[in-house]
Design a binder for this molecule. Structure first.
Ligand code: ATP
Ligand code: MG
Length: 420
């Protein structure tokens, strides 16, 4: 072991487990690629003000969890704690919304950074796959995104997840509700920090997980009773579309989510096998965000699903994702001449699309065969001087143990036929 370890709150993805992460990313992005979403990649850091404004000063993410720093050149930057603000910034910067093809539909996959108290399912470096649909107000778009996330989880075999759904209202009705809620909350017996939160972001108090707080919240005014007619109708249509698509969801009036920019539709995917870090993904509509970061009015909706927690959810349900064996053929040369010939064959097999590996390092037959076994290869090719003199290699079927000579020039075709 070296003197160094992965930083606190981070972990390495190492084979064979790392294959699960790739499979999860692939499963989440596949429905998006199939639905008109284009791939976007943005930098790992941004102007810190983008997040301060775009995520919100009053959120835990900005006030406590951000890796912010000043560069030697005096730029104030932050490692990205989430994807939406960056994606919208990039779309505006490239004028994607002016190309006349709204909504602009984008998906992304990458690393995010939050200075959190590390625990199972909560890390300082984690991975998300996300989707944003920018520039259109249409309940079908909200429904589409929820349906695609549902499809992604189902394609992985997950069953013990639930979709929580709520509406946060808009700039007409939310302020009225906010005031009613503040009036109610100010009369409760709460600690200093929570009292401050009442003034800055009262909706977040509803999200407080502490039982003594939850108890006091009985009888709190509910946003549902304050929604304006437009928000009510919009929400009803989202619900109807989900129901028509066979997507099961639960209405959760207390779901407010941690980000300031959400309006109307808001949702979270929770998994019941994960203990306290139960949210595997979440999202919602953010009609005001573009203006908050200096852009035009662009009503938008999106989600981000956590890859780390999705992998934990798979483990909790005992699901083995189908990870194809990485190696199909393993080549074991005996002697220098065989080394040269087999190395050439390995390259040919690879070009033909056969996953092939080679016994490097000039080890003996026994050690090399051990590696062949460990690689999970279906076939081994072994060749020594005598085989080569006959223009052949030995092809060994690792399942049956049977071995037979195959002519050098027939090898690629033979292997491909056997693997098919
Ligand atoms: P939580 O309430 O658990 O803190 P969040 O509301 O902060 O979650 P979002 O900002 O909505 O999470 O991010 C979307 C998803 O990203 C989460 O549902 C989760 O799967 C994942 N995620 C967020 N923070 C972390 C983290 N620190 N470690 C691992 N995954 C995370
Ligand atoms: Mg959080």
């Amino acid at each position: 072991m070296s003197t160094f370890q992965a930083p606190k709150g981070t972990y390495d993805l190492i084979p064979p487990d790392s294959a699960k992460y790739l499979a999860v990313r692939e499963a989440i992005s596949a429905p998006l690629k199939n639905s008109g979403y284009g791939y976007i990649e943005t930098p790992g850091f941004e102007d810190v003000a983008l997040f301060a404004r775009g995520v919100g000063e009053s959120t835990d993410i900005v006030s406590k969890e951000m890796y912010a720093f000043e560069t030697k050149g005096g730029d104030k930057l932050a490692l990205r704690p989430e994807g939406t603000a960056s994606v919208l910034r990039a779309a505006l910067e490239a004028n994607l919304h002016k190309a006349g093809n709204l909504p602009v539909k984008l998906w992304y996959s990458g690393s995010y950074y939050r200075y959190e108290r590390p625990q199972k399912g909560r890390y300082r470096h984690f991975s998300q796959v996300g989707a944003e649909a920018i520039g259109t107000e249409d309940p079908a778009l909200d429904a589409e995104l929820i349906i695609l996330a549902d499809q992604a989880y189902r394609s992985l075999g997950l069953r013990q997840f639930r979709i929580l759904l709520n509406s946060l209202g808009d700039k007409e009705c939310r302020p009225v509700y906010r005031e009613a809620l503040q009036t109610f909350l100010r009369d409760l017996d709460l600690d200093e920090e929570t009292r401050r939160r009442i003034e800055i972001n009262p909706l977040r108090v509803l999200d407080d997980k502490r039982p003594d707080v939850q108890k006091q919240l009985t009888g709190a005014p509910m946003l549902r009773d304050f929604l304006c007619d437009g928000c009510k109708a919009y929400h009803e249509e989202v619900r109807d579309l989900l129901t028509a698509a066979g997507v099961v969801y639960e209405d959760d009036e207390k779901l407010v989510r941690g980000l300031d920019y959400y309006t109307r539709t808001t949702f979270e995917f929770v998994h019941d096998g994960l203990g306290s870090q139960s949210a595997v993904g979440g999202g919602g509509r953010y009609d005001g965000l573009s203006e908050m970061i200096g852009g035009p009015a662009l009503p938008s909706v999106g989600w981000a699903l956590g890859v780390d927690r999705t992998v934990l959810a798979l483990e909790a349900e005992g699901i083995e994702v189908d990870v194809p064996a990485t190696t199909s053929v393993y080549a074991v040369p005996l002697g220098d001449e065989a080394r040269r010939v087999l190395f050439g064959l390995v390259t040919e097999l690879r070009k033909a699309g056969v996953a092939t590996d080679f016994a490097f390092g000039g080890r003996g037959l026994k050690g090399a065969m051990k590696s062949a076994n460990r690689s999970g290869a279906r076939f081994t090719i072994v060749a020594g001087e005598r085989d080569l003199a006959e223009g052949a290699v030995q092809l060994k079927d690792m399942e049956s143990g049977e071995q037979e000579p195959v002519a050098l020039d027939a090898l690629v075709a033979t292997v491909r036929a056997r693997l098919a």
